[in-house]
Design a protein around this ligand. Sequence first.
Ligand code: RIB
Length: 296
Amino acid sequence: MARVVVVGSINMDMVVTTDTFPRLGETLFGTRFSTFPGGKGANQAVAAARLGAQVTMIGCVGADAFGEQMKQTLAREGIDVSHIRTGQESTGIASITLSGADNAIIVVPGANNELSPEDIDRASDAFAQADVILAQLETPMDTVLHAARRAREHAKPFFLNPAPAVALSDELVSLTTLLTPNEHELATALQTPSGWWAEVLSRMPGRIAMTHGKEGAYFTHADGTLVHQPGFAVEAVDTTGAGDTFNGAMAAFWHLGMAEAVRRANAAGALSVTRAGAQGGMPTLAELEQFLSQQS
Ligand code: RIB
């Protein structure tokens, strides 16, 4: 069983379903409103836990009903929530507009912005015991960088999902064992021209697993050879959290090697879009194995 520490955001997702996205200045009727647990960090923690990893979450919520609810949701998944601190701001929220299987998201980070380097240091025991440390960019950059430095001190693999996309410092890139962007995030994170992803992957062999929506994912072998892991065909209901599922699965399956981890993460990501909510469709290990056994 892999031991995974997730450093990241915890949000309540406020999801409006509509037939078409509104244009600027336009008011439309939606068809449904739902709340779902979310946040890239929490989603990745849940994905890894459902796939059998032993997960510790380091995060920050508000002293409000959403914060309590989110902690209980994570605890019910078997995640260690003892390093989730209650801050001064309100719990992070994401306003999500869903049309068909596509989404548009605005995140208000709230308490996620209070996650500090001290929170990382308070969890040093968890770092010492971890097999993988996994972070995203919905918490402050200095905290993410601190986590990467601590991971290096503990000689642990540090995975960074560079989402939402920002340019990364050379230090953070050099401390990252595995970067898991989509095509757009890769160009922004490494400040490379868009469309250059194959060259970038070849220049950083074994250090990037790039998701590519329905097409699956790409990575490079140690010798720089580009590998395409094709996507799995499924009926998409809600694509929110597909990337997070991929990330949680990569951490949970890293010990199986890059190729097998990407194959399983791809399948887990595909299954995750078949139900509503970022965490709704994330498969258990048994569900994933059954799905893979049905593929030819
Ligand atoms: O990646 C999906 C997540 O992004 C949502 O759950 C939302 O909270 C935003 O953080």
